[in-house]
Design a binder for this molecule. Structure first.
Ligand code: HEM
Length: 195
């Protein structure tokens, strides 16, 4: 389905609409993997998250991005995903992960970070479901726990900063393309870990 948006909508609203299909397909694929059936299935999801967060980790150390986005370093979640895997006594995925550099063009970096930060918002739904496996912010589901300020508020802090960055129309399209590439990349990680 095509969702109509206009340039009067904020960038984050347009990004949500533009990636609705790729997000929906990813959600379905992950949930079809029955990740809450037991801890070993959940660990597959953690390995997907590890691959994703390993690939984008350098972005959180970029001074140029830090100047535009509040609390950027604090939003980094690779360490929490690593601890979640260690809680479940899982080996970390191999080093075949292609990591992005911290010198990406700004619009590309913003698209990838939109997907990473949005997944934190959606992660609150998964966090509640992980309770059935005895997992929480102290064990196994650390990276899904909401920020103490509340997940929605933390997300709004990010989108307000994302929306305020001034970009040309061509760069707007680059942000959307990068967000789409990020979703497709996570889908690729799912194919590796769930097949
Ligand atoms: C690593 C995999 C995932 C990524 C990268 C991801 C990405 C995103 C993004 C970017 C958003 C923000 C949309 C926006 O408001 O602009 C979001 C929200 C959301 N996601 Fe996901 N997602 C993932 C997995 C899942 C799964 C498995 C589910 C469960 C079926 C899910 C459910 C949701 C929900 C319910 C929201 C909306 C939360 C709200 O508006 O309060 N996501 N996700």
């Amino acid at each position: 389905m095509t969702v109509q948006t206009s340039l009067e909508d904020s960038r984050s609203v347009r990004l949500k609409a533009a990636t609705r299909d790729s997000h929906g397909a990813l959600d379905k694929r992950i949930m079809a993997g029955d990740i809450f059936a037991d801890r070993s299935n959940f660990a597959r999801f953690l390995r997907v998250q590890y691959r994703f967060h390993r690939s984008i980790d350098a972005l959180y150390a970029s001074p140029a991005l830090d100047a535009l986005l509040p609390d950027l370093a604090e939003r980094r979640r690779l360490q929490q995903v690593r601890s979640d895997l260690q809680d479940l006594e899982q080996a970390l995925p191999g080093e075949d992960i292609i990591a992005l550099g911290n010198d990406l063009p700004l619009p590309t970096a913003l698209g990838w970070l939109y997907v990473a930060e949005g997944s934190n918002l959606g992660g609150t739904v998964l966090y509640k479901m992980a309770a059935a496996l005895g997992l929480d912010r102290d064990f196994g589901a650390r990276h899904l726990a909401a920020h103490p300020d509340g997940a929605a508020r933390h997300w709004r802090g990010f989108t307000a900063a994302l929306d305020a960055v001034v970009l040309s129309p061509a760069q707007e399209q680059e942000v959307i393309d990068a967000a789409d590439a990020a979703f497709r990349s996570v889908h690729g990680h799912v194919e590796v870990e769930f097949s």
